[in-house]
Design a protein around this ligand. Structure first.
Ligand SMILES: C[S@@+](CC[C@H](N)C(=O)[O-])C[C@H]1O[C@@H](n2cnc3c(N)ncnc32)[C@H](O)[C@@H]1O
Length: 217
């Protein structure tokens, strides 16, 4: 950017500051795009996604990861994007349609059910979602029902953060998040087998990813 031509009366120091103000957000944007792409690769690997896979993004938020998943599984695959907030269900649909994707279904769930069909999924992603569940025991049973035998669930989560906002109506786990051992205990008690425990997810020491398999019958 040639600020000298655009603003000839500015001092060199001011021009350098303005250039940095323009460049820093661009550099941060590139870094976060790179980090997102790296995480997307890791999620696809742990869930063993391939073209044609059927995957659910439970608690999809604004649909960023549903969009990434829909691209990775391709037109012969399918993504179920679930949310409890109806405005987010709408937004996710718009986002994926705007991205010219058609291989998805949006689903409005609640705190007791995902809304997913029985044994619909080869794989299920819960990214920063499990600790938001108000009735985790019911959600676990419903996740089990939605996963096909042999299917995988990846849970990206965080150890309890005392300084984050307190969530209403969730079990008290000492902060916003869930200790990794609690998550392992709860999921394995419901019959899932732990297949992978990845620490320092995204290079952040408080984040982790646990991968579970529903046993084949
Ligand atoms: C921290 S956000 C994570 C969003 C997204 N997974 C991501 O990684 O960007 C947690 C989301 O879980 C949703 N949520 C909470 N309880 C849920 C439930 N029982 N079923 C589905 N979604 C739920 C919330 O509405 C919220 O959008």
């Amino acid at each position: 950017m040639h600020l000298a031509g655009l603003a000839p009366n500015l001092s060199d120091v001011t021009r350098v500051r303005l250039s940095l103000l323009t460049l820093v957000p661009l550099l941060i944007g590139c870094t976060s795009a790179r980090a997102r792409a790296d995480e997307a690769d890791r999620i696809a690997a742990v869930l063993q996604l391939r073209v044609g896979s059927i995957v659910a993004d439970v608690g999809a938020g604004e649909g960023e990861w549903s969009e990434i998943l829909a691209r990775s599984v391709g037109p012969t695959g399918h993504v179920y994007a679930t949310e409890v907030k109806s405005h987010l269900v709408e937004e996710i649909g718009e986002r994926l349609r705007d991205a010219s994707l058609t291989n998805f279904t949006t689903v409005e769930g609640d705190q007791e059910r995902t809304g997913l069909p029985a044994e619909c999924c080869d794989a299920i992603l819960l990214r920063m979602v499990y600790h938001h569940f108000e009735r985790p025991e019911l959600m676990r049973a419903d996740l089990w029902r939605a996963l096909r035998p042999g299917g995988l669930i990846a849970m990206v989560d965080i150890v309890p953060q005392k300084n984050w906002r307190q969530l209403d109506n969730v079990p008290d786990r000492g902060g916003h998040g869930i200790p990794v051992d609690d998550l392992i205990t709860e999921l394995t008690a419901s019959g899932l087998q732990l297949v992978e425990h990845l620490e320092d997810w995204n290079g952040e020491e408080d984040r982790y990813c646990l991968v579970f398999r529903k046993p084949s019958t």
